[in-house]
Design a protein around this ligand. Sequence first.
Ligand SMILES: NC(=O)c1ccc[n+]([C@@H]2O[C@H](COP(=O)([O-])OP(=O)(O)OC[C@H]3O[C@@H](n4cnc5c(N)ncnc54)[C@H](O)[C@@H]3O)[C@@H](O)[C@H]2O)c1
Length: 403
Amino acid sequence: MKKLVIVGTGSRAYGGFAERLVKNFSGRVEIVGLCDPNKKRCEYFRDSLGLNAAIYKDFDLMLDELSPDAVLVTTPDGYHHEYIIRALDKGCDVYSEKPMTTTVEKCRAIREAEIRAGKKVRVTFNCRFMPYFAKLKELLAEEIIGKPLSVNYEYMLNPNHGGDYFKRWHRFMEMSGGMMVHKATHHFDIINWLLDDEPTSVCAEGARLYFGNESHPHGERCMTCPHKTACESYGSVCENDHLKKMYFDAEKEDGYQRDHCAFRADTDIYDSMSVSVSYKKGTLLTYSLNLFNTDEGFNMHIIGEKGRLEFSNLFEGEKHKITVRHRDGSVNEIYFPKGTGSHSGGDDRMMEMLFGNVSEDDVLGQCADSFDGIKSAMIGIGANKSIKDGIRVELTPILDSLR
Ligand SMILES: NC(=O)c1ccc[n+]([C@@H]2O[C@H](COP(=O)([O-])OP(=O)(O)OC[C@H]3O[C@@H](n4cnc5c(N)ncnc54)[C@H](O)[C@@H]3O)[C@@H](O)[C@H]2O)c1
């Protein structure tokens, strides 16, 4: 039985991991400790899941007293490195939520700790386990379009989902790296993985065009807002009992408001971004991320020597569809079942791979390590620098120094 402790007992740790570990992996993994500065949230986490876990504010004390085999890091992004490094130094295996971390210096400190400990961090990139990305990976491996030359990836969030990032710690660059790191790390990782390649340089533009603007009708927080019925980003921390108990009832401990108004000006991140990335094997990526769109989803085109792959998760059929356009004008439409459950079934499949009794090899290479975490985070970190300094950022020297 693997002894696991969790640091950062918020909604991702709860719904993404702990609920599944209790339901599906209770004979293989036991959650023996929980650590969070907010004791009330930690207690709700433990009690509502029926865990027999000790609660700590002091992470090192938890590791010393419980001697866990592994640590799951699900704190705000800007703190991941602190716990990853301390866990490695105590000889634990580490699972870290994405983004692995948010700055070059933190990437370097994690790599140094891995080398010291002789261990590798696993980064929980659940998107790699979504059925459509797995299918695209298979088709590219079969060379259905030959060598990929160019990728267009357009990602959109609606104002409710996009606004959520302006309500919490994500709205500060220092805590999340902005959406270029926090959100786009998923998307950059997918492209790195699909292409089986690494980025060499990045150029970007970014702006805040919608959120964080107090000329928009706004309030203090959703729960008490006079504009709640008209607001596309409304979402009260008390809209269900679980959220209320996890966040509202724990507010007095640390003042963390889960539903701070998304239109208040106390933010420094962008809500609209465009990025160009060059890859080692010559492929070019054109990527955009918009957080206040009318629709939620993405369009992806991969153009290769022999043709083009098209996929959109906005397609409303009963099954997913990938279109292959060959250079001779012929077209194949490939249909396959949609995944069910959170993140299109990606969370369940990832958990099976990380904690289940998996006998087959990881043939698609879906399990990500720290260098995968570094490659995707570095595109976002470089993109932020590109926007700030108005320059193209070379990534190869940095990646070479972190290998
Ligand atoms: N892969 C995915 O699909 C996915 C989805 C959501 C979130 N995430 C990631 O999961 C992580 C947690 O996100 P969340 O939405 O649960 O956030 P959250 O704010 O709900 O939870 C974070 C928890 O960390 C605690 N915390 C704050 N400061 C801390 C510190 N210094 N040390 C230890 N704990 C601290 C908070 O009290 C809270 O309980 C983030 O890294 C996020 O990027 C991943």
